[in-house]
Ligand binder design. Structure first.
Ligand SMILES: Cc1cc2nc3c(=O)[nH]c(=O)nc-3n(C[C@H](O)[C@H](O)[C@H](O)COP(=O)(O)OP(=O)(O)OC[C@H]3O[C@@H](n4cnc5c(N)ncnc54)[C@H](O)[C@@H]3O)c2cc1C
Length: 392
């Protein structure tokens, strides 16, 4: 039960997601951790089916396309609950690219987006390269028009969920022609000749989804696979960044809540020197700081979601998504570190929730723009628009 005021339908969605996470997902965390992130296929199918039945799958997509059409605030409430579970088990609540319906062609909608909403297809994003991370504009991947086709070349890193995807969004720069050097994005089916898995490196977290290195070697796609127009590519990426930054903030709030609950319960029960360790000020203050910071991050995240639902200026949204992601991800990392400390040696065991979150929330300060990049975005908008516009 939270104290934040919300309408009954919102509260109902929050409770539905919470029960799903508590009853169906959390019980399988340790099994996943000990098994390279995997759980039994039957269980995975059950989680997918329940996510659909509970109305959580494709919550961000329009109802007329088969999605749930939730408000941004409702999506934040669900994502927060998803953040309470480790090992990527919450990824069964999939959010397809919400920016797509407005910009794709009817054929692209039918071929990729609607099947993704139904859970029959899965996308992944191939943007980052060995020489282009924070500086997305430095990508060297190319798309060359050749008759009715484009020929795609490039090497992409960290392509999340490549192992479960059926198609990729591939970002490149146009080679030759009037729009040479412009960004462009393409739908690329994974089985397109010339798309090659180079390797699937191991990462800190234990997730079933890989983060692959993928090579595009003269991969040929029809011109109808271009998303929008030549030159539009970066706009879609920025829209996706904004959405994901907000949802990362929400998931970090969920992670922090779980950590605080678990660490508080342990601190009340664990006795050393004849007293529960919560009686020691050093431990109590870590918990007090954690819950205080969680409240701040949560209020920020909720208000931002409501601002988006109210349709505030897109530049303000951009800055506030960065502020929320920056603050909530840094907060969750501090909370996870404290939780490990409170659990002592137990907190360093992989079967302990604090140890898993400690590794898992680390990436929230890196992906979808590092904390340093978020600060640059915020400072830039602050200089242009002033403090009242961003936080007034
Ligand atoms: C688990 C995981 C999953 C990912 N999934 C995907 C995916 O699905 N698709 C995809 O395309 N990408 C994905 N990424 C890539 C991710 O978006 C990048 O890692 C991230 O944007 C940072 O880029 P980089 O790793 O190249 O670091 P770099 O940009 O090389 O940064 C290195 C360091 O320099 C700092 N730095 C860089 N520029 C500045 C600056 N101007 N001012 C101050 N500091 C700066 C950074 O903050 C960082 O500390 C994923 C990454 C990870 C770790």
């Amino acid at each position: 039960m939270t104290t934040y005021p919300m309408a009954e339908p919102d509260r109902e969605i929050q409770e539905r997601a919470r029960r799903f996470v508590d009853d169906e997902l959390i019980p399988h965390e340790v099994e996943a951790e000990m098994n390279r992130g995997r759980i039994e296929q039957q269980l995975r199918e059950r989680h997918h089916r329940l996510a659909v039945e509970l109305g959580l799958y494709a919550m961000n997509m329009p109802r007329e396309l088969g999605g749930q059409g939730m408000t941004t605030f409702q999506q934040v409430l669900v994502s927060e609950q998803i953040g309470r579970v480790t090992n990527g088990l919450g990824w069964c609540v999939h959010t397809p690219p919400a920016w797509a319906p407005a910009v794709v062609t009817p054929e692209q909608l039918e071929r990729w987006i609607v099947p993704t909403i139904r859970g029959e297809q899965h996308e992944c994003y191939a943007i980052t390269e060995p020489g282009a991370g924070s500086d997305v504009d430095a990508i060297q991947a190319t798309a060359r028009r050749d008759g009715d086709d484009y020929v795609l070349n490039g090497l992409k890193w960290h392509v999340t969920s490549y192992n479960s995807a059926t198609y990729l969004f591939f970002q490149a720069k146009i080679e030759g022609g009037p729009n040479a050097g412009a960004h462009a994005m393409f739908f690329v089916d994974k089985d397109t000749p010339g798309v090659r898995l180079v390797r699937e490196p191991a990462y800190s977290h234990t997730y079933p989804d890989s983060h692959a290195v993928v090579a595009f070697e003269d991969a040929r796609v029809p011109a109808s696979h271009l998303v929008g127009a030549e030159g539009d590519g970066l706009d879609f990426t920025y829209e996706w960044f904004r959405y994901e930054r907000l949802m990362i903030a929400a998931r970090c709030c969920g992670a922090a809540e779980r950590l605080i609950e678990e660490a508080t319960a342990f601190a009340k029960e664990r006795v050393q020197f004849g007293e529960p360790i919560i009686a020691f000020q050093a431990i109590a203050h870590m918990l007090a700081d954690s819950i205080t910071e969680l409240w701040a991050a949560r209020l920020m995240t909720y208000e931002l979601a409501k601002n988006i639902d109210r349709g505030v200026d897109i530049k303000i949204q951009h800055a506030q998504c960065s502020m929320a992601k920056l603050y909530a991800s840094e907060m969750a990392n501090r909370v996870a570190d404290r939780a490990v400390q409170i659990f002592g040696g137990r907190g360093y065991m992989r079967e302990n929730v604090a140890e898993r979150f400690w590794r898992e929330v680390r990436v929230d300060r890196i992906w979808e723009g590092t904390s340093e990049i978020q600060r640059s975005i915020v400072a830039d908008q602050l200089a242009k628009r002033g403090a009242r516009a961003l936080a007034g």
